[in-house]
Write a protein that binds this ligand. Structure first.
Ligand SMILES: [Zn+2]
Length: 252
């Protein structure tokens, strides 16, 4: 195992003094819990489909059963996963700073499962369901043999509440994420390739507003040369080490 990156005192000072910490997480932190990416989940009978056949509004109109079943398969994969030490450390960090905003590109709900409260989901959540026609979240529906099931209000088809290719990000979530990036003192980019827009622009907005920025990632990204601190490693190793450095002596 590689040595943990050194956590410098000025990062700890900034964390202790921060009034608002914003965090952006990507697929890296989910992968540490064994949640496969979209592409990595395309195994077995799913391997023959192009992503556009499984995750676009057009695909759903053409073959709603196929798309629903693809998300059923992925919901099953997520159900087997549990939050890892990185998720848990972020939930703990939220309890220690005055304001904390967690922005995630992940759709698995593992941050909330770990205890994070102020979570902005840029790409939705595959555990949630909405009406295709009304775009309204639906929590329960009558048990039938319909695949996908039908909206109890309007009879429309139900779909996962995730952002598909070609769809816009939820406007309120994006606005809240931008506001957080522009008002935080300290911004963390964790397990994200910093390539997919518009999420990729968030750390740059934080940099522009003068926030200290920290990247935690296994590999270098386009963001790496721009951040204050680049910490190489997994979220599950680096974040608990950061918490430990923040509180060198057990409080009990
Ligand atoms: Zn409906």
């Amino acid at each position: 195992m590689a040595a943990l990156p050194e956590i410098l005192p000025d990062l700890l000072d900034a964390l202790r003094a921060a009034r608002h910490v914003a965090v952006l997480t990507g697929s890296g932190i989910s992968a540490e819990s064994g949640v496969p990416t979209f592409r990595d989940a395309q195994t077995g009978l799913w391997a023959k489909y192009r992503p556009e056949e499984l995750a676009t509004p057009e695909a759903f109109r053409r073959n709603p059963r196929l798309v629903w079943e693809w998300y059923e398969w992925r919901r099953g994969l997520v159900a087997k996963a549990a939050p890892n030490p990185g998720h848990l450390a972020l939930a703990e960090l939220e309890r220690r700073v005055p304001r904390f905003t967690l922005i995630t590109q992940n759709v698995d709900g593992l941050h909330q499962q770990a205890g994070s409260r102020n979570v902005i989901e840029l790409h939705g959540n595959l555990r949630r369901t909405k009406c295709f026609d009304e775009s309204r979240v639906v929590d329960t529906w009558p048990a039938t043999d319909d695949v996908p099931p039908r909206c109890p209000r309007c009879g429309g088809l139900l779909r996962p509440d995730v952002v598909w290719f070609g769809e816009a990000l939820p406007q309120s979530a994006l606005a809240a994420a931008i506001e957080a990036a522009q008002t935080c003192d300290l911004f963390f980019a964790i397990g994200t390739s910093a390539l997919v827009q518009p999420a990729a622009s968030l750390p740059f907005q934080a940099i522009q507003r003068g926030a200290m920025t920290v990247e935690i990632n296994a590999d270098a990204t386009p963001l790496t040369p721009r951040v204050t601190h680049a910490l190489r490693g997994s979220a599950g190793e680096v974040l608990p080490a950061l918490l430990k450095a923040l509180t060198p002596y057990p409080l009990s």
